[in-house]
Design a protein around this ligand. Structure first.
Ligand code: ZN
Length: 234
């Protein structure tokens, strides 16, 4: 179910880290970040709280942040800020996300490894934390020795429609990167990678990777209204 296909190395000379992105194309896709778009909440700002704009298709979101008991990977305020930024990207498709549930979870308390080590743990993470009527995004602690899943260079893994349990699993180094999470939500809504750096579904996501075509919007909206209809809110 989770065979890797089509490894495509992308060498980005200006970046400190060489980004390697793998896309499975069947059940699960992964993404790498150039880490140039780390989002930090603005001090003292009044976040709109991760709400959908009126008129947009509105999908309920559950964000789970791994925690050691005192400091989660992100806090609820940061989660709201990230969702608002994600909505700024997805508004071009008339799609929004509502942060309906935020949980800081100690993984050991729910039978999960504190530091995920292996791809095989992804379905377990999703299956343990999933909700029947909310999209799931999990921010884990850094994976493995190289800080990414299976030393693949990928920072985030999301299952495509048709391959439950569903969920985007985001590695700690990119947990504040709104473009990366918006990209993963694109996979969630059945979008595959496009070799265009200005597109949100570029395999390597940068600060300018925010575009979506009308065809991508149509696919995403149809998926929201189909497979994920239970997640829709009015
Ligand atoms: Zn991707």
């Amino acid at each position: 179910m989770q065979r890797l296909q089509n490894f495509k190395p992308l060498f980005l000379s200006l970046l400190a880290a060489v980004a390697l992105s793998a896309c499975e194309g069947v059940s699960e896709t992964s993404s790498a970040s150039d880490a140039s778009q780390v989002v930090t909440p603005t001090e003292g700002s009044t976040s709109s709280g991760g709400q959908c704009a009126s008129g947009d298709l509105c999908l309920a979101l559950k964000i789970v942040a791994y925690s050691d008991g005192t400091s989660p990977v992100i806090d609820s305020r940061t989660a709201e800020d990230i969702v608002s930024r994600i909505n700024g990207v997805w508004s071009q498709c008339g799609i929004g996300f509502r942060l309906e549930d935020f949980q800081a979870v100690e993984p050991k308390n729910v039978g999960l490894a504190e530091i995920p080590q292996n791809m095989s743990e992804l379905p377990q993470i999703r299956g343990t934390l999933q909700s029947s009527n909310q999209l799931l995004v999990v921010m884990t602690d850094g994976w493995g020795s190289a800080g990414n899943i299976n030393d693949s260079g990928a920072d985030a893994w999301t299952t495509l429609p048709g391959y439950p349990p569903y969920g985007a699993v985001i590695d700690e180094p990119v947990a504040r990167n709104a473009n990366i999470i918006a990209h993963e939500l694109g996979h969630y809504l059945d979008l595959l990678h496009i070799q265009n750096r200005s597109n949100l579904l570029s395999p390597v996501v940068g600060a300018s990777s925010r575009g979506l075509s009308s065809g991508q919007c149509s696919t995403a909206r149809a998926t929201a209204q189909g497979v994920f209809a239970p997640m829709l809110r009015s």
